[in-house]
Every structure is written in structure tokens, then in C-alpha cells.
Ligand binder design. Structure first.
Ligand code: FE
Length: 133
């Protein structure tokens, strides 16, 4: 894995779009069905919009019907990390980029085979890179 990416709030604010900043650095959530990567089916890799780390592959993307890009596994188990999230009177598991600590979304245990996991990720937290995945 690449080294940790650490930047000040001002640096992130300067680099990211307001929407990316709100999601990645403020743990925001984009409205369902608003993200351009939600319905994307092309082969390729999904990188962190903050630091460029490879997070997910089109191989594991599936249509969850939730309105957010959904994957049943990360590209590499080390690429993301999870954390308990008890905000908004819910108990969820937050998913963060291991490299820059950017907030990506949440992971739920109602996904398809082979993992049964559903990584529910904000489109704005990702950058798609076409490939032959
Ligand atoms: Fe990142």
C-alpha cells in the first residue's frame, strides 16, 4: 500500500470540489441516485477522489438499487478500513480510505455472494479509471 496521505483542512479544501470535501473530509452523503458512477458498468478501477488510492474494482460492483455505487468487496482488504459509526441514531459501519482517512460511505452485511457484504460508497468519493478489469 502507498504511504499515508496527510493534508491540512485548507489543503483539502483547495484541492477538492465542495461536494468531495463535504463527503471525504466532513463525512457527508450525496443524495441517492445523484452520483455519476452509480450506474456505471464499464470495466476499470475506482480510486479515492482524495488521494488516488485504488479502492474498488468494477469486478465487484453490483446494482444494489440504493442509488449509490455498491461493491461486494474492496480491491484489497488493506485499501479501506472501517469504523463504528453511531451518528444519526443508527449503528452503522463507516468505510474510510486507508491512505488518506477520507470518508467513503458505509458497509452493510446484506450484500450478494461471494462475500455477503455491501460497500455503499458515495460516487463523489470515487474517481473511475477505465481499464480491462
Ligand atoms: Fe484516499
Amino acid at each position: 500500500m502507498s504511504d499515508k496521505v496527510e493534508k491540512s483542512e485548507a489543503e483539502w479544501r483547495a484541492e477538492l470540489t465542495p461536494e468531495q470535501f463535504e463527503i471525504l473530509r466532513r463525512k457527508g452523503t450525496e443524495p441517492a441516485f445523484s452520483g455519476e458512477l452509480n450506474t456505471k458498468k464499464d470495466a476499470g478501477v475506482y480510486r479515492c477522489a482524495g488521494c488516488g488510492a485504488e479502492l474498488f474494482s468494477s469486478d465487484t460492483k453490483f446494482d444494489s438499487g440504493t442509488g449509490w455505487p455498491s461493491f461486494y468487496a474492496p480491491a484489497d482488504p488493506e485499501a479501506v478500513r472501517s469504523e463504528d459509526d453511531r451518528s444519526f441514531l443508527m449503528h452503522r459501519t463507516e468505510v474510510l480510505c486507508s491512505s488518506c482517512e477520507g470518508h467513503l460511505g458505509h458497509v452493510f452485511e446484506d450484500g450478494p455472494n461471494p462475500t455477503g457484504m455491501r460497500y455503499c460508497i458515495n460516487s463523489a468519493a470515487l474517481k473511475f479509471e477505465p481499464g480491462d478489469e
